[in-house]
Design a protein around this ligand. Sequence first.
Ligand SMILES: Cc1cc2nc3c(=O)[nH]c(=O)nc-3n(C[C@H](O)[C@H](O)[C@H](O)COP(=O)(O)O)c2cc1C
Length: 188
Amino acid sequence: MSGTTLHILGIVGSLRAGSYNRALLRVAAQVLPPGVELDTFTLEDIPPYNADVQSHGDPEPVARLKQLLVEADAVLIAAPEYNYSIPGVLKNAIDWVSRPPKTCPLRKKPVGIIGASSGESGTMRGQLAMRQVFVFLDSYVMGQPELRVTRAGERFDEGGALVDEELRERLRVYMAALVDWARLVGRR
Ligand SMILES: Cc1cc2nc3c(=O)[nH]c(=O)nc-3n(C[C@H](O)[C@H](O)[C@H](O)COP(=O)(O)O)c2cc1C
């Protein structure tokens, strides 16, 4: 949080270099209202959660993620759905930052959830599974609008560029709503 600029931290729930969800966050950063910035965090350096390791202190990538979350005015998660649920790397990262619960930086943090899948579900069930996790974390997850991208392979070209202008407009509307939500519940 700094000055009047509203900072959103994007988190990609896929490690794949050509991830559609990573591409979705790139487009989100292009359709922001004025005075808003979006940086993206990727999860490849986050180790598997281990309470024994954490008892000696957070590993550096976890500490960095926690600090970025503290500084962010809102969080935007873009994740695929794996076997109808949350990708393991994303759940693992959330588990790290959720400990200890009293200082969890996601507590009372405005959160948006979007996702792209190659099939027809558009991550519908994965998004619901994430909402369940955020109940315990006491995060302020935006209810509506939702953004689910079906058949993602048809909406991006091989270089990861968006070829679906209607999706760009949906993202613009979504980002405007998330910013309104962050200002409302984050009181900024
Ligand atoms: C382990 C695994 C499980 C998957 N399960 C689902 C699923 O439940 N529903 C779905 O729509 N797509 C599923 N998919 C396909 C993903 O939607 C597709 O791989 C997508 O491109 C992943 O997102 P990414 O492009 O950001 O990596 C699965 C893919 C993998 C690798």
